[in-house]
Design a protein around this ligand. Structure first.
Ligand code: ATP
Length: 327
């Protein structure tokens, strides 16, 4: 029998669509197993300031379809300090919370890992980030929604690009990872995709445009914000110099990529992983992230999940595929 009686749940780092579905699943699974469940507001900030709210089945009603996070989220520098984490532990003890589910990205798991080791505290993580940059899960909660948002936005831009024979450079999120750019770029039929992993030089891009089909007047170039060339504006400047006759426009999609209703895929993933996190804790799992790999639930130690390189997702084969399709 598990000693766990009260599970705390928080969302941390950048918000991602599907976080609410994950919270709902954690709450409902806890209640199903006759546990108490406590919502912690604004991530680690709420842990340090004892911003706790009791949750029941009703408190998560009608949130599965909403983007953002009803528990709010924050970046919290105090949790990076020993004193901050000591306060957090104190508050958990006082409120008799004896396990945590943390929903976030690599920073959230780095913090959870330090805390779990310092205080031997049971924590299971859920991958909640639009970046899909974690190991131990094929998909993170929020990624599917984000790439579909990008595809919907760029489809609209394509209408204008086609009508006016314009070249659009569209910047999408991804400071360290070009995965959103690569997958959505393939999805919209981009003429070129620039991502940090491929280190595409602007000179190569120019060559591609020069060698591209002459009967194709509209072009969409998808650029990840973290690309070597320095984002859409820098790429735009370089192309303007080289192709003064092109009608070049820049569109930075920005924060629209984070919000919005989660796709069914994200809702189902979040729901399944949320239940797995609670049941994992009851089975004695700790210091791990729950993920889905090849349709199976697996638990990966935090240190393994945050390795950052998800090399399987950006391979030369994927880059080649994008190149073949862009002709
Ligand atoms: P995303 O990348 O999707 O925005 P994230 O979880 O990576 O999500 P971060 O802002 O990097 O977001 O991290 C969230 C919080 O985790 C930080 O504000 C901080 O409180 C905590 N954290 C990150 N790194 C550490 C660390 N080394 N030690 C303790 N806490 C940390």
């Amino acid at each position: 029998m598990s000693k766990i009686k009260n599970i705390g749940v928080l969302t941390s780092g950048g918000d991602a669509p599907g976080m609410n579905a994950a919270i709902r699943a954690v709450v409902r699974a806890s209640l199903y197993h006759e546990l108490k469940v406590t919502g912690i507001l604004r991530g680690y900030d709420g842990l340090i300031n004892a911003d706790f709210i009791p949750m029941d089945g009703k408190s998560v009603a009608n949130i599965i379809q909403r983007g953002g996070t009803v528990l709010k989220t924050a970046r919290c520098d105090a949790f990076r300090t020993k004193e901050g984490r000591a306060k957090a532990y104190d508050n958990l003890k006082k409120s008799e919370i004896d396990a945590l589910v943390v929903i976030g990205g690599d920073g959230t798991f780095t913090g959870a890992n330090v805390f779990a080791q310092e205080y031997d505290f049971p924590i299971v993580g859920l991958p909640g980030t639009i970046d899909n940059d974690l190991m131990g899960t094929d998909l993170t909660i929020g990624y599917d929604t984000a790439i579909n948002t990008v595809v919907n936005a760029v489809d609209r831009i394509r209408d204008t690009a086609e009508s006016h024979d314009r070249l659009f450079i569209v910047e999408v999120m991804g400071r360290d990872s070009g995965l959103i750019a690569l997958r959505s770029g393939i999805g919209v039929g981009a003429e070129a995709i620039m991502i940090p992993e491929a280190k595409t030089a602007v000179s190569d891009l120019i060559k591609r445009i020069e060698n591209g089909r002459k009967d194709k007047a509209s072009k969409i170039i998808v650029v990840a914000e973290g690309d070597e060339a320095g984002g859409a504006y820098n790429v735009g400047k370089a192309l303007e110099k080289k192709f003064p006759n092109y009608d070049i426009r820049i569109s930075v999609l920005g924060h629209i990529q984070r919000g919005g209703k989660p796709t069914c895929m994200d809702r189902v993933l979040a729901s399944r992983l949320g239940v797995a996190a609670v049941e994992g804790l009851l089975e004695g799992k700790a210091g791990v992230m729950a993920g889905q790999v090849n349709k199976e639930i697996i638990f990966t130690p935090f240190a393994g999940a945050i390795k950052h390189i998800n090399a399987e997702q950006i391979t030369p084969a994927w880059l080649k595929l994008a190149e073949i399709l862009s002709m």
